[in-house]
Design a protein around this ligand. Structure first.
Ligand code: FES
Length: 403
């Protein structure tokens, strides 16, 4: 059954997220195709998706075959009506569509010779859709905010954070995320579908230009979730490496780790990745679900396991070659100090020398949580230090503890 977005007016603050961040596919014609991107992106939960009985049909062509589907639905839903399946894991069981807001371009299809995201494109009468191979195989992704950074990310080594005002790396942000964290710290990137998609070559060139401008030799990518579109990320890192062949150059990926299976990590290292930050979120699946906003327990468990295994794979196989930093979220509203200690112990068992940074999760997006105080983060620091981990950092309102 098709859906339609219903605005709950007394929750809406007119913040503009549903028009300025979201690539609303129906905005031009003032219709709703029920893609749900606005409901995912609304920071006030002021949009709910309601089922709508639509009798109208359109005829389209998919991979050379004619087909009839419901009118005013997304190409993704049209494909689903025709028996195509979609997946949250790039395991070959269907078309990978992890963000559902148009940011990651993993769900790319070719429509009348033009590449588009199927999740936020309307299926219209007469369209000719191809699910592959495409006229142009270069991956795309929405990337924003190529900037100099004074702090870096989870995968930035402590010892280069000397002066809080120095630019230590340049970074860009990839749109789209597979998590739905209610306290998302970067939701305007995570839910962005608006904007021109960028090829890996162009994004690498833009970031490299920034590195020249700021005179730094560290280049990073964060998000959103940077790993969603694997071909894009691999080509991006390779191109950065090609543009900057200097052996001292560092290429840094910050990620939630949920898609980093072994061969993806191997491919990233081969491409030139030298530094990685993995935000592990939790040890316990209930905590992981609370932090990530994921409701599918099996999927949450799978994502969590992949991230922890990624840490093991990196420490066992790339200790000399790749700098690894691990992020742990802290806010007493969703994770206990006991679990923080257990995470620290588990990391210690894997590798006591890995850099661990607890991040103070503050109220962003939909959460009504209170930001942790400096005193609370000091306690988190002490809990992690008690596990005997060698390098512990804690973000706090008064700056990094342990720097
Ligand atoms: S799933 Fe369609 S763009 Fe990310």
């Amino acid at each position: 059954m098709p859906y339609r977005a219903h605005h709950i007016l007394d929750k809406c603050t007119r913040c503009g997220a549903c028009t300025e961040i979201v690539a609303c596919p129906g905005s031009e014609r003032d219709i709703c195709i029920g893609c749900g991107a606005c409901a995912l992106a609304c920071p006030n939960q002021a949009i709910e998706m309601v089922e709508e009985d639509r009798k109208g049909k359109v005829s389209i062509e998919v991979n050379g075959k004619e087909a009839i589907v419901s009118e005013q639905i997304s190409v993704k839903e049209a494909l689903r009506e025709l028996g195509y399946s979609f997946t949250d894991l790039p395991d070959g069981s269907g078309i990978f569509a992890p963000c559902q807001v148009g940011g990651c371009w993993s769900c790319m299809v070719e429509i009348d010779g033009v590449l588009r995201q199927c999740c936020v494109t309307e299926a219209r009468e007469g369209m000719k859709i191809k699910t592959g191979p495409f006229v142009d195989e270069e991956p795309r992704r929405i990337v924003i905010n190529y900037m100099g950074h004074t702090v870096g990310g989870v995968g930035t080594p402590r010892n280069i954070r000397k002066n809080p005002t120095d630019i230590i790396e340049v970074i860009c942000f990839t749109a789209g995320c597979n998590f739905r964290c209610p306290q998302c710290q970067n939701w305007e990137v995570a839910y962005r579908g608006e904007g021109t998609p960028t090829t890996p070559k162009h994004a690498a060139w833009m970031l490299w230009m920034r590195s020249m401008e700021f005179g730094v030799n560290r280049m990073g990518v964060s998000g959103g979730e940077s790993t969603l579109n694997r071909p894009w990320l691999i080509q991006f890192i390779k191109e950065l490496r090609r543009l900057n062949p200097n052996s001292n150059a560092r290429f840094h990926v910050d990620t939630n780790g949920s898609l980093l299976i072994r061969d993806y990590i191997d491919e990233l290292v081969d491409a030139g990745m030298t530094d990685i930050g993995i935000d592990l979120k939790a040890l316990n699946t209930d905590t992981f679900m609370r932090i990530t906003g994921l409701e599918d327990r099996k999927l949450a468990q799978k994502y969590k396991e992949i991230a922890w295994k990624a840490v093991e794979h990196l420490t066992q196989n790339y200790k000399e070659k790749v700098f690894l930093g691990i992020g742990i979220p802290y806010n007493k509203s969703f994770i206990s100090l006991e679990e923080i200690g257990d995470i620290g112990k588990r990391i210690y068992e894997i590798d006591p020398s890995v850099q661990v940074c607890a991040n103070n999760y503050v109220p962003h997006f939909r959460s009504h949580i209170f930001a942790p105080t400096s005193q609370e983060m000091r306690v988190v620091y002490d809990v992690l230090k008690d596990t005997k981990l060698k390098t512990v950092l804690c973000q706090s309102p008064s700056g990094f503890i342990g720097l």
